[in-house]
Design a binder for this molecule. Structure first.
Ligand SMILES: NC(=O)c1ccc[n+]([C@@H]2O[C@H](COP(=O)([O-])OP(=O)(O)OC[C@H]3O[C@@H](n4cnc5c(N)ncnc54)[C@H](OP(=O)(O)O)[C@@H]3O)[C@@H](O)[C@H]2O)c1
Length: 268
């Protein structure tokens, strides 16, 4: 007999914001399928089970590849349970001057942040529509960024990948509205995780995690907005919320210059 608990999936759910999204959902009684690129995903799943008494299903795969994304989807589909929540969270950044950054690294980032997002969203959308409303709620959270609301010099490809996610989520939301499937975009501001270190931005102001938003707060705001049916939510403290509002009214060149102050790599 199928477990009574609803099922959620979280990509990049083994650490950072994704683990906190999974934790928040587990705390609200969801079993969770989480993906990650390292063996850490297994430890994180055990942790979630111990903390919340739910079942966590870990899957290790490279989200930059078609097979990695499809493999996670097959893993979830093979659970043979209705899928109630999908958090399309996994994403990476790359800092540095565009003239210097590696093209293959950037194409890999696009594969994770954009191609992989579309790929898994396609699978999730079709499954949720086929499932129908009688098997519980159906909600999709797309993790974008405040970077979607500004040019991002010295992360010149990253910001556009997040703008893609934001626009994609708002469009998909409108399409799925009449079918009762909710779509919400989460736009975190700078958040304490390994993200900027992994992006090679350790020598910028983003190398220091102490001033950034708390990832548990960001995740809670995202899941609250998802269940409230909001179209999008900014993740972070009051200053982050204000920054997103100000970005709407600020000319692009002004925002670009401001962003560059924080992201320009230190001279060697
Ligand atoms: N942190 C921020 O300041 C910030 C701000 C705005 C938006 N965001 C967005 O929030 C999302 C989560 O970011 P985060 O801060 O939580 O970053 P993070 O700490 O670097 O996230 C790591 C997660 O992504 C997984 N991952 C990384 N590369 C992968 C790959 N190739 N294949 C499969 N899994 C992979 C990691 O797996 P392992 O644990 O196995 O390594 C881990 O689960 C991203 O979409 C990011 O763009 C972050």
């Amino acid at each position: 007999m199928a477990p009574a608990r609803p099922l959620a999936l979280v990509t990049g759910g083994s650490s950072g914001i994704g683990l906190e999204l999974a934790r928040e959902l587990a705390g609200r009684g969801h079993d969770v399928a989480i993906s990650g690129q390292s063996d850490r995903v297994h430890d994180s799943a055990r942790q979630l089970e111990q903390e919340h008494g739910v079942t966590a299903y870990p899957y290790r795969a490279d989200a930059a590849t078609f097979d990695g994304v499809e493999g996670f989807w097959r893993f979830v589909a093979d659970l043979d349970r209705p899928l109630n929540v999908a958090c399309l969270n996994v994403g990476i950044g790359i800092g540095g001057a565009f003239a210097d950054t590696d093209l293959d690294d950037e194409l890999r980032m696009i594969a994770i942040n954009c191609t992989g997002l579309v790929h898994l969203a396609k699978r999730v959308t079709r499954a949720m529509l086929a499932q129908g409303p009688e098997r519980g709620e159906r909600r999709i959270l797309v993790v974008s960024s405040v970077s979607a609301t500004t040019p991002t010099p010295y992360e010149t490809v990253y910001g556009p990948t997040k703008a893609f996610g934001f626009s994609f989520a708002e469009s998909l939301r409108e399409e799925l509205r009449e079918h009762g499937v909710g779509v919400t975009a989460l736009l975190p501001g700078a958040t304490d995780s390994a993200f900027h270190h992994n992006a090679g931005m350790g020598d910028t102001v983003y190398g220091d995690n102490s001033w950034k938003n708390d990832r548990t707060l960001v995740a809670r705001q995202g899941i609250d907005a998802l269940f409230a049916g909001e179209d999008h939510v900014v993740g972070g403290d009051d200053a982050t919320q204000q920054q997103a509002v100000d970005n709407r009214a600020t000319p692009e060149p002004v925002k670009a210059a401001r962003h560059a102050e924080g992201t320009r790599p230190a001279p060697r």
